[in-house]
Design a protein around this ligand. Structure first.
Ligand code: G4P
Length: 531
């Protein structure tokens, strides 16, 4: 099958213009899965909502990864879902949603052109998820906001707008506004056209919610006090100039806000339409030097995620690439810009959970899973024609730390091999003591989940069952050789080297770090931001 066999389209720019490549980000339970499912329902890709969950239920025992997913009730495998809507191709990339965010979640953001941020109206922005939203802001990704679960009693939407502005620094610009207090949600006012869309619930929200477009004067008569209240609030929004503004949205500064309920399908179509009308298509991607690679140049793509052992029987390794220019054709031989070596793309697939289908062609904005990708690493650029190298995928400051050792000392060789491999793949960051080599490494990650995956893979793939225990570090900083000598004299600090050669200091106490920063300002202690 071809990704994007859109009728009558031939050149890469035209394909790119019809792509919407995005992710849905939310706090767990805010409704990401439900919204995904409803997108498919509205796009005509599902007849009956409920199938996505059923699919999840069906995977199961096909591999240990799947087993882990099942146990934890989360999706670890990256899901790249493609569907057509209004003649456009939507590519929805899944960001693993769980309290334990992993670096994979952030890496997906490097491969999308926009995001839909889903908030539970009753809860607003929850602390654990704030960082994810901040990363979007830092990367200037265009964000569309969906205030979900408005069918239930919740907080005032005006209050939520304030929260978005003050916590994330994104200026909210409501595109629709609700009629009927939360809990008695009737429909939305389109702030641009002024019409009222009245929704009707369907049983379990399994079918598209019938919509009636009601002109303002009739809506005023029929909805009475609810309408008046909404009009008052819209008046307030007009007064502060909160109009949807394409330019600042595309610059990642303002966010169009939609109110709705994924469960009952209210407002789902409006979000899809916003993705079609407002969200950016696939654009020429700047290379490492900042020069955009023309869309009609030779095929180019970069690896944003590597996943191994999805299927134990095959022991394979899939590299997920995002196509940036040209046309990808299965079987073509691409060059890896890091190694200069050729990579044959004989096995290319689209992956949905545990299910795969072969992809024969793909276009800018599309995601392809390359199977047997032993030589590919996160951040690698693949190309044909003029050489290109895209910027590296950002790394994020680790927040959790652990130590690891093989349970069977006879398996030390296997353990070391696994350590190297999983470090290169970016499963965890391995920090080694420059004075002690591979003994006593410290693992660093953004979330605990990464350690679980690490331990699982050491056991299954490298036959080195290991003990991974939490390590009591509270902070990490870059440092240099000169400062390291001094830091080694202080207790509760370890000096280690990251896989890319950078020296870091790990602190058992955040307080000690602060004191050192105050008392010895000459020490090189640099925060690891997104780099
Ligand atoms: P997630 O992927 O972000 O973790 O959230 P998910 O869609 O799984 O939704 C979490 C829960 O919230 C589910 O209920 C879901 O039905 C419910 N939900 C999602 N959207 C809405 C909405 O617009 N209104 C209301 N009232 N509820 C919503 P659950 O009981 O955990 O699961 P289920 O048994 O309903 O599947």
């Amino acid at each position: 099958m071809g990704l994007g066999s859109l009728r009558g389209v031939s050149d890469p720019s035209e394909h790119a213009a019809r792509r919407r490549t995005f992710a849905i980000i939310s706090h767990p339970d805010a409704g990401k899965t439900t919204l995904t499912e409803k997108f498919l329902l509205y796009a005509g890709a599902l007849n009956d909502a409920g199938a996505v969950k059923a699919r999840e239920g069906r995977r199961g025992a096909t591999s240990d990864w799947m087993e882990m997913e099942r146990k934890r009730g989360i999706s670890i495998s990256s899901t790249a879902l493609s569907f057509e809507y209004r003649g456009l191709q939507f590519n929805l990339l899944d960001t693993p949603g769980h309290r334990d965010f992993s670096e994979d979640t952030y890496r997906v953001l490097a491969a999308v052109d926009s995001v839909v941020m889903v908030l539970d109206t009753a809860k607003g922005i929850e602390p654990q998820t704030l960082k994810l939203f901040e990363v979007c802001r830092q990367r200037s990704l265009p964000v569309i906001t969906f205030l979900n679960k408005y069918d239930r009693p919740g907080r005032e939407p005006l209050e939520l707008l304030d929260e978005i502005e003050s916590l994330i620094g994104l200026r909210p610009t409501p595109a629709t506004w609700p009629v009927g207090r939360s809990g008695e949600f009737k429909g939305v006012i389109d702030r641009v056209g002024g019409d009222f869309t009245r929704f009707t619930r369907t049983v379990r929200g399994a079918q598209i919610a019938p919509e009636e477009i009601v002109p303002a004067d009739r809506a005023a008569q029929e909805e009475g006090a609810d309408w008046e209240r909404s009009m008052d609030e819209c008046g307030l929004l007009d007064a502060v100039g909160a109009e949807v503004d394409s330019e600042s949205f595309l610059a990642g500064e303002s966010t169009p806000v939609f109110v709705g309920s994924a469960l009952t399908n209210f407002g789902v179509r409006h979000v899809l339409d916003a993705l079609a009308d407002l969200a950016p298509p696939a654009l020429a991607r700047p290379d490492a030097a900042g020069v955009p690679r023309p869309l009609d140049a030779g095929c180019s793509a970069f690896v944003f995620k590597v996943q191994a052992n999805m299927d134990r029987a095959h022991r394979d390794r899939i590299a997920f690439v995002r196509v940036c220019s040209g046309e990808f054709e299965r079987g073509m031989v691409l060059t890896n810009s890091r190694t200069g070596k050729p990579f044959a793309t004989k096995y290319a697939s689209q992956v949905f959970g545990a299910e795969r289908s072969t992809v024969d062609s793909a276009h800018p904005g599309d995601v392809v899973g390359l199977v047997n990708a032993t030589d590919l690493q996160i951040g690698d650029t693949l190309y044909v024609g003029d050489a290109v190298e895209f910027p590296p995928i950002p790394r994020f400051a680790p927040e959790v730390f652990a130590t690891a050792r093989p349970l069977d000392t006879g398996k030390y060789k296997q353990f070391r091999r696994g350590l190297d491999q999983l470090d290169t793949e970016g499963v965890v960051q391995v920090l080694r003591d420059p004075l002690a080599g591979d003994a006593n490494p410290v693992l660093a990650a953004v979330g605990q989940l990464q350690f679980d995956v690490f331990a699982d893979r050491l056991d299954i793939e490298f036959n080195a069952p290991s003990e991974v225990l939490p390590a009591p570090y509270e902070a990490i900083r870059y440092t240099d050789d000169a400062s390291a000598a001094r830091l080694r004299e202080v207790g509760g600090i370890r000096i280690l080297r990251r896989g890319d050669g950078r020296l870091v200091a790990l602190f058992e106490s955040r307080y000690r770090l602060q004191r050192l920063e105050n008392d010895e300002p000459d020490l090189m202690l640099e925060t690891i931001a997104v780099d």
